[in-house]
Design a protein around this ligand. Structure first.
Ligand SMILES: Cc1ncc(C[n+]2csc(CCOP(=O)(O)OP(=O)(O)O)c2C)c(N)n1
Ligand SMILES: [Mg+2]
Length: 378
C-alpha cells in the first residue's frame, strides 16, 4: 500500500486499516461519535490558522502567470454564476440551476493542477468546472439557455455540461451516480496503459450512497488512478451534514478502504492545489487513488428555487468573511504577485467574457426540431 503524503493521523492509520475502530467499538449502537465532531472542528480551526502562512508559502513556489490564471478563473466563475442568477430570474434559463458561488477554490485549485488529457466528472453543480476544463463561457451559457450553440446543442441544460474533446464527462443529476462512472473512467485509463488521472467530484450528501463505498473499495483494491473529491459544502439541499451523517469526517471514511485521504480547507485555493498535486503524484506513480474532503460553503441556495429557510443569514455571513476569492487576492497582494491594477483588469476581463457569453446565448438559435431524436441514447 502506498505511503500517503498527508500529515493527517487518519491517513497514517489507513496503512494498517485500524482507523478509529477501538474508539467506535466503545460506543453503544445508535450513539453518535461526538469525539469525531470535535476532531473535525479542531482540524478546521487549525487549518484556518495555518492558512495564511501556508497560502503565502505556496504562492512563493508557484509560477506567477499560473497564479494570475487561477485568480481569473475564480473571478470568471463568480461573475458567470451571478449573471446566471440574473438571467434565470428573467426567465431566460429554465429548469434546474445550481450555482457554485463560494466553492470556486475547489474547482480551480484541483483542476488547474491537472494535465490537459486528464479526465473530470462531476455532479450537477457543473458550470464552473466545465469552464475550468476549457469550455468557453459562450457554450456553457448557451447550454443553460437550451440553445443550439450550447456544448451539447442545448439538450442537456444546466446539469449536463459535457465535452469528450476536453475530457469533461458531465454533469450528472443522480446523486452519487457519477462516482461509479468516474471509477470506470480511471479503470479505462489503467486498462489502456495511459497515465491519465480522473478527478471525480461529488457532494457530501453523496457519501451516504452505496456507490461511494463500492467505488472506493474497488479503486483501492485495483489501484485505480482516481482522485475522489468530496466538495463538502455542508448541506445536501436543506439538510445539514450534521443531521444526515453519523460521523462528521468524510476524509476518515477513506480509512475503511485503506485509501489515502486528506481534509482540505476549501476556502484556500493553494491548499486545494497542493493536496491535489500530492494525490496526482500518487496516482501517476502506481495508480493509487485518493479521497480528498474539501470543505467549503455554498453562499447561494441549493438551486435557484431554494427559499433557504434551513439556515440563518448570520451563518452565511460568517463563511462569507472567508470568501476564497478575497483571501486569495489578499495573499497575492501581500506576496506582491498582483496589485490593484491587475485585479481591476482581471475583473474587467471576466465581466467582458460573461457579457459576450450572454450575447452569444441570446443570439444562438433554438435547436432544430429535426434534432429531437439525434444523440438520444435512453
Ligand atoms: C439518488 C438521488 N437521490 C436524491 C436526489 C435529489 N437531490 C438532488 S441534489 C440533492 C442533494 C445533494 O447534496 P450534495 O451531494 O451535498 O451536493 P450539493 O448540492 O451540496 O453540491 C438531492 C438529495 C437525487 N438527485 N438523486
Ligand atoms: Mg453538499
Amino acid at each position: 500500500m502506498p505511503k500517503t503524503a498527508t500529515s493527517r493521523k487518519s491517513a497514517a492509520t489507513a496503512e494498517n486499516g485500524s482507523g478509529n475502530a477501538p474508539k467506535g467499538a466503545e460506543l453503544k449502537i445508535g450513539e453518535r461519535d461526538r469525539s469525531l465532531d470535535s476532531d473535525v472542528l479542531e482540524l478546521a480551526k487549525t487549518e484556518y490558522v495555518k492558512r495564511r502562512k501556508s497560502q503565502l508559502e505556496s504562492i512563493k513556489k508557484t509560477d506567477k502567470k499560473l497564479l494570475r490564471k487561477m485568480l481569473y478563473q475564480m473571478v470568471l466563475g463568480r461573475r458567470f454564476e451571478e449573471k446566471c442568477a440574473e438571467v434565470y430570474r428573467m426567465g431566460k434559463i429554465g429548469g434546474f440551476c445550481h450555482l457554485y458561488i463560494g466553492q470556486e477554490a475547489i474547482a480551480v485549485g484541483s483542476m488547474m493542477a491537472l494535465r490537459q488529457d486528464d479526465m473530470v466528472i462531476t455532479a450537477y453543480r457543473d458550470h464552473v468546472q466545465a469552464m475550468v476544463k476549457g469550455m468557453t463561457p459562450e457554450s456553457v451559457m448557451a447550454e443553460l439557455y437550451g440553445k443550439e450553440g450550447g456544448c451539447v446543442k442545448g439538450k442537456g441544460g444546466s446539469m449536463h455540461m459535457f465535452s469528450k474533446e476536453l475530457q469533461f464527462f458531465g454533469g450528472h443529476g443522480i446523486v452519487g451516480g457519477q462516482i461509479g462512472v468516474g471509477t470506470g473512467m480511471a479503470y479505462a485509463a489503467k486498462y489502456k496503459g495511459t497515465d491519465q488521472v480522473t478527478l471525480c467530484f461529488f457532494g457530501e450528501a453523496a457519501v451516504n450512497q452505496g456507490m461511494f463505498h463500492e467505488s472506493l473499495n474497488m479503486a483501492q483494491l485495483w489501484k485505480l488512478p482516481c482522485i475522489y473529491i468530496c466538495e463538502n459544502n455542508q448541506y445536501g439541499m436543506g439538510t445539514s451534514q450534521k443531521r444526515a451523517m453519523s460521523i462528521s469526517s468524510i476524509a476518515k471514511k477513506g480509512d475503511a478502504y485503506g485509501i489515502a485521504n486528506e481534509f482540505v480547507d476549501g476556502m484556500d485555493v493553494m491548499a486545494v492545489r497542493d493536496a491535489t498535486l500530492r494525490a496526482i503524484g500518487r496516482a501517476r506513480k502506481d495508480g493509487s487513488p485518493t479521497l480528498l474532503e474539501i470543505r467549503a460553503y455554498r453562499f447561494m441556495g441549493h438551486s435557484m428555487s431554494d427559499p433557504g429557510n434551513y439556515r440563518t443569514r448570520d451563518e452565511i455571513a460568517k463563511y462569507q468573511e472567508r470568501d476564497p476569492i478575497v483571501l486569495f487576492k489578499d495573499s497575492l497582494k501581500e506576496s506582491k504577485v498582483l496589485g490593484d491594477k491587475d485585479f481591476e483588469k482581471i475583473e474587467q476581463e471576466a465581466v467582458e467574457a460573461v457579457t459576450k457569453a450572454v450575447k452569444f446565448a441570446d443570439e444562438s438559435p433554438l435547436p432544430n426540431e429535426k434534432e429531437l431524436f439525434t444523440d438520444v441514447y435512453a
